[in-house]
Design a protein around this ligand. Structure first.
Ligand SMILES: Nc1ncnc2c1ncn2[C@@H]1O[C@H](COP(=O)(O)OP(=O)(O)OP(=O)(O)O)[C@@H](O)[C@H]1O
Ligand SMILES: [Mg+2]
Length: 270
């Protein structure tokens, strides 16, 4: 299994590596006292999807790089947040933390009220596969497999029978308006269509949280608008979105704008 595939959360669906298989089936059962007890949790209210509390991420170097410093961020269900900031400011570092691809050096990260900082890799992997979808700048599609297969692969280890997985993959492709391209290979698609396949793959498992790192970075303005419209639709359907972008037009689509500079985060307009 390649690093790319790992990023796509396939491991998190319960499949290999063996660390996931070794985990008891109830590995995700969280003790009651850990659910919804984040600092911002109100009695009876659903927990924040994301709650970062004084999160720091340093890379040891040398030289040491403090990529994120004392980051506090709460993202509620249904929020649509864009993250902007100069190159090297810590945006991808933040997204990797939110996606459970990396751990904070210090501070806490609660995902849907579940404390993740000290959770085992297998629990984090299962959380990632079940609750988070990823979209990257460079699509990460398998070029010689069909569009349908690319989306189906994201459900490979879900334990769901193949027939139902096919239905879900077709429904996800319908959601991104690509029902007419299921038997094509990515090499025959436009950039915008490829990114829509990647979005279908990201949502096929029914995540709560969609994380996108420069999703329009390789697209022209027409295709960028298509992806933004698609994100608007997913947001209207209740998905929580976090989109990293350099593009002010993309950022303007979000409900909330957050800026990172030198690893420090500021809320821009609320
Ligand atoms: N694995 C790593 N080891 C050491 N330093 C790292 C590592 N990953 C990131 N950094 C450093 O952390 C800082 C933030 O990097 P990050 O990739 O988060 O920036 P970014 O805001 O996403 O930039 P860009 O807009 O260019 O993608 C940079 O100084 C980078 O060199
Ligand atoms: Mg980056």
């Amino acid at each position: 299994m390649t690093g790319d595939i790992d990023w796509l959360g396939l491991n998190g669906s319960g499949g290999p590596p063996s660390s996931v298989l070794d985990d008891p089936p109830d590995a995700l059962t969280t003790p009651d006292e850990e659910e919804g007890t984040g600092p911002g949790a109100a009695a009876g209210a659903p927990p924040a999807v994301v709650e970062l509390v004084d999160v720091t991420r340093s890379f040891p170097g040398p030289p040491v790089v403090d990529a994120l410093t004392s980051v506090n961020l709460r993202i509620d269900p249904g929020d649509y947040v864009s993250i902007i900031g100069p190159s090297g400011s810590g945006k991808s570092t933040l997204l990797n933390l939110l996606g459970l691809l990396d751990r904070p050096t210090s501070g806490d990260y609660l995902l849907d009220g579940v404390a993740t900082g000290r959770a085992s890799e297998s629990v984090r992997s299962a959380l990632r596969g079940g609750r988070i979808g990823f979209v990257f700048q460079s699509f990460h599609l398998l070029p010689h497999r069909t569009v349908l297969d690319n989306v189906l692969l994201a459900t490979l280890y879900s334990g769901v029978p193949r027939g139902e997985r096919q239905e879900r993959a077709r429904a996800a492709l319908d959601r991104v308006h690509l029902s007419h391209r299921v038997d094509f290979t990515p090499t025959t698609l436009s950039g915008g269509e490829r990114q829509r396949v990647a979005v279908a793959r990201a949502v096929v498992a029914g995540p709560h949280l969609l994380l996108a790192d420069e999703p329009t970075g390789n697209l022209d303005s027409t295709n960028s608008v298509e992806i933004m419209e698609l994100f608007d639709e997913l947001h209207a359907d209740g998905l929580t979105l976090v989109v990293i972008t350099h593009d002010p037009a993309v950022s303007a689509r979000a409900q909330r704008r957050v800026r990172i500079a030198d690893g420090r985060l500021t809320e821009l307009d609320r």
